[in-house]
Ligand binder design. Structure first.
Ligand code: GTP
Ligand code: MG
Length: 213
């Protein structure tokens, strides 16, 4: 059975997209799904794509059909400069054909493909495209990963506003890398007003799967 892909984005770089994607790989795999992974564009690549490698190795633990896949299959477009694709491509064309082919190859051996964006939603890819355009391009469900530091309410609401304006289906989660304690006093009182909080990745993955069709 094929599910719609999940596009993992975050309020910024370094928030926990790869971390959350790895947790989702584990949870969805334990549900019996064959999970594939894609990092369409990875920048800051020296010897190998760090995210692409971690995603592949995590997925390979569960999806044996990925045995012969390489980092290039997961991260088909790579640039050296650690910056937005618009800048790091240094004027070159983004190879969207390679991205599509990588997605098709991944889908062939998976029930669901998890796609990790680069940076956040408004990261420029080229003259015409922003990172959020990948959501519709892949007809994906979006998972927004937010942080728990001071300022997270603003970051979260801004990102949700963009997702609402795009009229795409999404879920969001908070990655408590740190500050779980201060979060209770600085942020929770507001979130309690607007949402029902749950930080269980199992429930989250159920919700993401339910959004299909
Ligand atoms: P980019 O892809 O570079 O934009 O970053 P990202 O959003 O994928 O962030 P990533 O998941 O790589 O997290 C950044 C760093 O924080 C990594 O070193 C992670 O291992 C670490 N990290 C992220 N989330 C957690 C967490 O919940 N707990 C711990 N201990 N470390 C975390
Ligand atoms: Mg990452």
């Amino acid at each position: 059975m094929k599910y719609r892909p999940i596009f993992i984005t975050a309020t910024n770089t370094g928030i926990g997209k790869t971390y959350a994607t790895c947790r989702l790989i584990e949870t969805l795999s334990h549900k019996g799904l064959h999970v594939g992974v894609l990092k369409p564009i990875e920048t800051g690549v020296k010897e190998f794509p760090i995210d692409g490698k971690l995603l592949l190795e995590t997925a390979q633990k569960y999806n044996k059909k990925l045995k012969n896949f390489t980092c290039r299959d997961v991260a088909p477009v790579q640039f050296l400069l650690p910056a937005s694709p618009y800048v790091s491509r240094e004027g070159k064309k983004i190879d969207f054909k390679a991205i599509n082919l990588a997605y098709e190859k991944m889908l062939h051996v998976s029930d669901i493909v998890l796609i990790e964006g680069a940076g956040g939603l408004m990261v420029p890819v080229d003259e015409k495209i922003y990172m959020y355009d990948f959501i519709k391009k892949f007809n994906a469900i979006t998972l927004l990963v937010t942080h728990a530091n001071l300022g997270c309410i603003n970051d979260t609401l801004l990102n949700r506003k963009i997702l609402d304006s795009l009229k795409v289906e999404y879920q969001w989660c908070i990655n408590f890398k740190e500050n779980k304690n201060s979060f209770q006093t600085t942020t929770l009182p507001y979130y309690k007003k607007i949402i029902s909080l749950q930080d269980d990745i199992k429930i989250l993955s159920d919700n993401l799967l339910k959004l299909k069709k």
